[in-house]
Design a protein around this ligand. Structure first.
Ligand code: SF4
Length: 334
């Protein structure tokens, strides 16, 4: 049994100082993933720094027309916030597609970003796992890999990021606000999570002493044309096999802008900005959607357990375009 001490922080600087005082410290807020990791002996912190009292629970407008959401706002509070529902329904839909109502009521925005993969081997300390213990091996490569990555994986790790909310945040071009011993900084959402490469133990580019303090959304929320499509093994309370968050801006039947992120396929929400750029000005039709799906999935590689995801992802992308634009692209899906 891992014994740990527990402290509370009342200010961001206090939390960072308490975390820095012990290299084996961990922040805890909703605890909806960390408590799992503690129970399974995957996480073995020596100190838990409770950050629930920090003043990071506001949702407020930004001067440039966006929205800033504090890291301690619960998933439910974000999904049911009137401004989010009206201006960023893609985010609300993605959140409500995840977990259960009880979990969403305590899970926080910051914790959602930092949740760890649901790879079965990662949670089983009786098996090797490069993410849990670098250099020990990856049994998922030739083992049970139904839920694993088809894009951006490495021979070190084929895990996927499990969040629904993060797929929408990626599509919305969110910014992550951080604070640490060297002061506050921001990261584009695309730069927050990492691909596994040779360091699958690192999920994000968060520094050891840093705390996520907020998420910022830009003005463009794709409220008119958006869709979050999630395919999973159960109808509820299951992680995505494949999901897609899509926002489209149209001028008649021409695409002005489209942002599309995939979940359940990679170690981070998967986007290809260059493929999205090629959509600008194109007619919205089956050929356009088909070409985009092929480009977004370029290089996808399946294993015996998860090769089905490649075609599934293509269909999910097409379905997202159909739902977002209220058109049919059957030709592209066949
Ligand atoms: Fe560990 Fe990643 Fe392999 Fe899963 S896929 S066993 S998390 S190294």
């Amino acid at each position: 049994m891992n014994r740990f001490s527990y402290t509370r922080a009342n200010a961001v600087a206090d939390a960072i100082a308490q975390h820095r005082a012990n290299a084996a410290a961990a922040f805890i807020a909703g605890g909806t993933n960390l408590v799992d990791l503690l129970r399974e002996d995957v996480a073995r912190p020596k100190v838990l720094v409770d950050i629930n009292r920090l003043p990071l629970k506001q949702i407020e407008a930004t001067p440039d027309g966006g929205l800033k959401i504090g890291a301690l706002v619960t998933n439910s509070a974000v999904a049911y916030n009137e401004t989010v529902a009206a201006r960023y329904p893609l985010l609300a839909d993605a959140i409500l597609a995840g977990a259960s109502a009880q979990i969403r009521n305590v899970a926080t925005v910051g914790g959602n970003l930092l949740q760890r993969t649901r790879c079965h081997y990662f949670y089983d300390v009786g098996t090797p796992c490069n993410k849990r213990e670098p250099g020990s091996g990856c049994p998922a490569l030739n083992g049970i890999n139904r839920i694993h990555a088809i894009l951006g994986a490495s021979e070190q790790c084929i895990a996927v990021h499990p969040s629904d909310m993060c797929v929408a945040l990626a599509a919305l071009d969110a910014t992550v606000h951080l604070d640490g011993k060297d002061g506050a900084r921001t990261l584009a959402f695309a730069d927050f999570h990492r691909l596994p490469g040779d360091t699958p133990n690192l999920d994000t580019n968060l520094r050891d002493d840093e705390l996520v303090t907020a998420i910022e959304l830009p003005m463009q929320g794709f409220a008119s044309h958006h869709a979050y499509v999630k395919v999973r093994d159960r109808a509820s309370y299951a992680f995505a096999l494949v999901s897609a968050a899509l926002g489209v801006e149209l001028d008649g039947d021409r695409i002005v802008a489209a942002h599309c992120a995939l979940g359940g396929v990679a170690h981070k929400p998967w986007r290809r900005p260059e493929a999205e750029a090629r959509l600008r000005g194109k007619p919205l039709n089956a050929a356009t959607v088909r070409e985009f799906a092929a480009e977004l999935l370029r290089g996808a590689q399946g294993r015996p357990g998860n090769a089905f995801k490649i075609d599934l992802a293509r269909r999910v992308i097409v379905r997202a375009f159909e739902l977002a634009t209220q058109r049919s692209f059957e030709e592209a899906a066949s």
